[in-house]
Design a protein around this ligand. Structure first.
Ligand code: UDP
Length: 332
């Protein structure tokens, strides 16, 4: 029977790009998604799709057996930093407790490789930037803590069982599939580039700049924006490394190693659309650090990962193209 890769949250933004990257590289993804924020239409028709919860042991075990799952990529979870501040228990449930349940099913069914969507929010406010993997992890919001707790679980599970993992600490993920096959579709977006392209296409009247008094060059927050397809490619490399070297686990930053301020991002959107967004200057948002930029030397050296889309204009263009497509042909 052919081997398959379980993709939790495969109907979501990053998961659906990983499904395409797996297929493009000859792997067989199988998606499990509860469709709370994901879309059935984001998963290609020829990819097996299981609707349900990752904490449902019977369902996950049956799926692992049915499809001969040898590894899992775990994207399912909640991702909005300000929401994690106002509703922390949702984050400890969806991100930490549910991952614990999933891991139990993974270990019981002898799935040996696991790739985890971690986050730069595990670092909190870094002492220096760019931030290296070994620097202190002191999250300043429940989102970051909920993911860091999962990293701890993974390390303990890998020490106890025949199992290895790769935790990829994502910086700010943006853009969409260059071929227009999938993109960020969830309503009520809060992430900067998504919100900005919505505003550029008239779905919003204006865009808020949260904080103009940060300790950065122009006073607005600085982030390391990484194209979602480069991130998806890193997952496929991680999968292959975990299989090739089953003794080794990895914790790696995923970013480009340089950042842009909110103002620079909005300028890029204006350039690409040849228009001017209406910008409202507003107070800082809860839980936001000044600047978050990756040191990506480890993933480059260990995995030979080479970004293909390290270009802010291109990220904005792809995000915009997907937003346009959503207007013409809403996803369900
Ligand atoms: N941001 C903003 N306006 C928005 C959304 C975000 O000014 O409508 C800022 C936010 O304060 C931060 C940066 O853009 O400095 C990136 O925020 P986002 O929510 O995209 O990602 P996060 O870094 O919080 O994961």
């Amino acid at each position: 029977m052919q081997k398959s890769i379980l993709v939790t949250g495969g109907a979501g933004y990053i998961g659906s790009h990983a499904v395409l990257a797996l297929k493009d590289n000859g792997w067989n993804p199988v998606v499990i998604d509860n469709l709370v924020t994901g879309f059935r239409g984001a998963v290609p028709q020829d990819v097996p799709f299981v609707e349900g919860n990752i904490a449902d042991h019977d369902l996950v075990s049956a799926t692992i057996k049915k499809y001969n799952i040898i590894a899992a990529m775990h994207f399912a979870g909640s991702v909005v930093v300000p929401e994690s501040v106002s509703d922390p228990l949702k984050y400890y449930y969806n991100n930490t407790a549910n991952t614990r349940s999933l891991l139990e099913s993974i270990i019981k069914n002898e799935v040996r490789h696991f790739i985890f969507s971690s986050t730069a929010a595990t670092y909190g406010i870094p002492e220096t930037t760019p931030v290296h993997e070994d620097m202190p992890k002191i999250p300043i919001n429940p989102y970051g803590t909920s993911k860091l707790m999962t990293e701890y679980m993974l390390a303990d599970v890998a020490a106890a069982h025949d199992f290895n993992y790769c935790a990829l600490r994502y910086f700010n993920v943006a853009g969409a599939d260059p071929k227009g096959r999938t993109g960020q579709s969830t309503a009520g977006a809060t992430h900067l580039i998504k919100v900005a392209v919505e505003a550029a296409l008239g779905k919003r009247d204006s865009i808020s700049i949260f904080g103009t008094d940060y300790d950065t060059e122009d006073g607005t927050g600085v982030r390391d924006y990484i194209h979602v397809s480069d991130l998806a490619a890193a997952h496929v490399i991680a999968l292959e490394k975990l299989i090739d070297s089953p003794e080794d686990s990895h914790i790696l930053n995923c970013g480009y190693g340089h950042g842009f301020s909110v103002t620079q991002v909005l300028d890029a959107v204006d350039r690409v659309t040849n228009n001017k967004l209406v910008r409202n200057l507003e107070p800082r948002r809860a839980g936001d650090p000044d600047a978050l930029i990756s040191d990506n030397s480890k993933i480059k050296q260990r995995f030979g990962w080479t970004p293909q889309y390290d270009d802010l204009n291109l990220i904005v263009k792809h995000a915009l193209a997907w937003e346009q497509r959503l207007i013409e042909n809403p996803i369900a």
